[in-house]
Design a binder for this molecule. Structure first.
Ligand code: CP3
Length: 369
């Protein structure tokens, strides 16, 4: 179990009980029965929504992220359309790296790119500590706008050590992580120094989001599943643990996610989060066994199957719920982000179905949307 005690987990950073402490999401994170199955989708905001394309504007996504009114509006769009049980801040995992001036951009259709990738000890200076006031004012303002308006908890997030290091070292998305693994194995000292800087940036941005009003945090170490368990333990775990313990000190519940992590689940659970994101390759029952039932689980519908006819998709939703077998610590989600070509009506039907089944199971859900 995590270091945080049950009592400080429902109190936010200022010691005030979070007004969402009894929401379906926070109850599931505490593995408490009785509130139906909460549902939200990774990448629920963004390119699958026509209303996103309308307000997204020209320029890179980083411009939209730095415009609080626009970023708040984009965050709200999926809440209005789907009736999901959580909002996730419209931002990106590279935002803090961008904010300290490392030199990173998001190239449309490609992903994060750096002109001068991280290659040697001298590049550590390009990852100076975050100063929330001068570097993250736009983020504070966006979160403040949102918590004023939201009736569901806001999830703040950051990128995990392996995933962010992969973009910084490769300079672009990678299939094999060859440069990342080469640096990790040939110069472990530099690797750990880099991850320590990344962890400090993650703590800086997450702390800022929580202080401004986020109720939950998610650490996206999306690509950590590229490592074997021994290497994950040796090269990543201490850094993720450092980030997550800093969040425990703030009293905020934590979700830790990566894809292809079936073999890493025990290690990931050891990093200390209340919930682990599971992709579609590992049935929830197996994931629960591998994590000893100590953590709540988030997932795990295959995002590609959201494109299937409703008759197929409906069966898949039922199967995910059946795999969870009524365990109270379940947050329904996809096993990875919403694909851009997704029909939003299918996501709406999933939300309605999960809410209806949760209620029918006798888990008294106050409102079903
Ligand atoms: O709704 C939400 O989930 C919140 C928004 C969000 C974005 N990025 C916005 C975005 C979140 C949570 C992220 C996290 C993120 N970014 C991750 C972790 C989640 C995952 O997918 O595993 C990663 C690996 C990134 C890096 C990144 N940023 C990629 C791979 C891309 C896609 C590039 C492309 O164009 O195909 C981005 C860009 C990005 N981030 C977009 C959005 C909506 C699309 C670009 C745009 O609208 O201009």
């Amino acid at each position: 179990m995590s270091k945080a005690s049950a009592s400080n987990r429902s109190a936010n950073v200022s010691g005030v009980t979070d007004r969402f402490a009894n929401s379906a999401l926070l109850r599931a994170l505490r593995q408490e029965p009785g509130d139906g199955v909460p549902v939200w989708f990774m990448r629920q905001a963004g390119r699958s929504l026509p209303e996103y394309k309308t307000v997204r504007g020209q320029g890179t996504i980083l411009n939209a992220i730095q415009d609080p009114e626009r970023a708040a509006e984009i965050t709200m769009q999926p809440i209005r359309r789907y009736g999901v049980d959580a909002a996730i801040l419209f931002s990106d995992i590279v935002t803090p790296v961008f904010a300290v001036g490392f030199g990173i951009d998001i190239t449309p259709g490609v992903g994060p790119t750096c002109e001068r990738p991280f290659a040697s000890a001298s590049d550590l200076d390009r990852l100076r500590p975050l100063d929330p006031d001068s570097d993250l004012g736009f983020q504070t303002e966006t979160v403040e706008l949102l918590v004023h308006e939201l009736e569901v908890p806001l999830i703040g997030f950051a990128g995990g050590p392996f995933t962010l290091a992969s973009y910084l070292i490769e300079g672009k998305p990678s299939r094999d992580y060859a440069k990342v693994k080469a640096l990790m194995m040939s110069d472990p000292r530099l690797w750990h120094q880099l991850c320590d800087r990344i962890a400090d940036l993650a703590i800086g941005t997450l702390t800022n989001q929580v202080r401004a009003g986020a109720s939950v945090v998610q650490l996206f170490d999306s690509w950590a599943g590229a490592l074997r368990p021994e290497h994950y333990r040796e090269y990543v775990l201490t850094h993720s643990t450092k980030i997550l313990s800093a969040m425990a000190d703030l009293g905020v519940p934590r979700i830790h996610f990566g894809i292809n992590t079936g073999e890493l689940l025990p290690q990931i659970a050891a990093a200390g989060a209340e919930a682990i994101g599971v992709d579609w390759r590992t049935p929830l029952g197996d994931a629960r066994q591998r994590t000893g039932g100590r953590v709540a689980l988030q997932g795990n519908l295959d995002p590609a199957l959201v494109l299937a006819p409703w008759s197929v998709l409906e069966q898949e939703v039922h199967r995910v719920l059946a795999d969870n077998a009524g365990h109270p610590g379940h947050i329904f989600n996809l096993g990875h982000g919403v694909l851009p070509q997704t029909n939003p009506d299918q996501l709406k039907r999933i939300v309605d179905l999960v809410h209806a089944v949760g209620s029918a199971d006798g888990q008294t859900k106050g409102t079903s949307s």
